[in-house]
Design a protein around this ligand. Sequence first.
Ligand code: AMX
Length: 441
Amino acid sequence: MGIIKDTFKQKADAAAAEIKDILKEHGNKVIGEVTLSQAYQGMRGITGLVSETSLLDSQEGIRFRGYTIPELQQKLPKAPGGTEPLPEGLFYLMLIGDLPTKDDVEHVTNVWQRRSHVPNHVFEAIEALPVNTHPMTQFVVAIMALQTESHFAKRYAEGMNKKDYWDAVFDDSMDLIARLPRVAAYIYRRKYKDGEHIQPNGLLDWAGNFAHMLGYEDEEFKELMRLYMTIHADHEGGNVSAHAVHLVGSALADPYLSFAAGMNGLAGPLHGLANQEVVKWIFEMNEDLKTDSPTKDQIAEYVKKTLSEGKVVPGYGHAVLRKTDPRFTAQMEFGKKHMPDDKLVQTVWNVYEVVPPILQSMAKIKNPWPNVDAHSGSLLVHYGMVEYEYYTVLFGVSRVLGVMASLCWSRALGFPIERPKSVTTELVKKWLKGEDNIWGE
Ligand code: AMX
């Protein structure tokens, strides 16, 4: 067994024993109540999932295994000469639960390099789609094509013992993570760079090599990719992509099938597609106003126009957060350090001053503050990546780290198939009249 797999198994066995004891003693403790509104309105605020890799606080934002983003930027190993964390380190932290050493991170990089071969039929599957197909559709098709390589599916068909599920999920997770940058870069070069593909560089780290295969050799862009891949990786378990992977995986669909489900969810404009929507919205505003530096008054007018047309202001609001997303702040700091005079980045900062008071004045909006997607695109445009339809693929390549670490935990802890109870409005009406109960007993 490899070192990481071995360490994971030890940690997971200890955690499983601890959880068994906790449930034996406290399994009947009530952790919340569910109102009728919550059942109809997106299950907001219902605690009904366990996800070990990260935890979201509505005021403070995300912590990965207890560490905030600034703490990760300080504590996780960096590339030589770099200042941003290597995503390999975050993956190790989410999977194992401890901060990695420099050697641990190098080991992860090496394992992923060794496992990164993408079979030809995956590229052929991508090529079978019209070139103008949305990059997220190409991405999901590629992930599905990779499924032929699943150890889990093969071993399950051969009659694998349920005690070994975690082992096959672990192997699939490492393969999938290792292969994803090559597939994603292929889609980018195919759609936007006349199919001129760039071979991987086996000497680079995971995110650095991804930047290289995308065609961006600037060391600053590589640093941006390391930061980007770190901050987008996980946002606890209830968001659409993480929850979809968890749900589909609970049916013992293999990691490729499960991840593809999550990526279909990430492609929704209220979730991961918001990063493309933000840049599209700013480009359209600039075109409308015939400027590349709109004033705050002009932005305010445009925001009001967007709202009056029954559209959302992309990049603002959140189902859980009630403050500025620390992932937004981390990107703002990157912008201040590397490109303080960039006009688009400055527009993003002006939007940040203008939008919250307007949204605050609308009582129904629970969070007027920016989320991760409000900033990411402007940094990419600065380095020349203007093809905003591609941005959600970058989000997806990062998200694989969190959801696969979580899937390993779900199988190691023996979580069962997920199956919440649903009701009909007919039953709700009967229950309100006292003619039936709503609990399905
Ligand atoms: N612009 C306009 N209206 C907004 C809004 C925004 N940015 N954010 C929320 N609202 C509206 C909702 O559409 C809803 O209106 P309705 O009652 O008429 O349907 C009302 O305010 C209440 O919504 P909420 O409880 O504050 O938010 P939510 O939990 O239902 O939804 C979210 C959260 C993110 C989907 C929503 O804020 C939104 O649509 N934001 C814009 C899209 C976006 O940036 N998504 C990315 C989120 C981060 C991510 O997953 N990557």
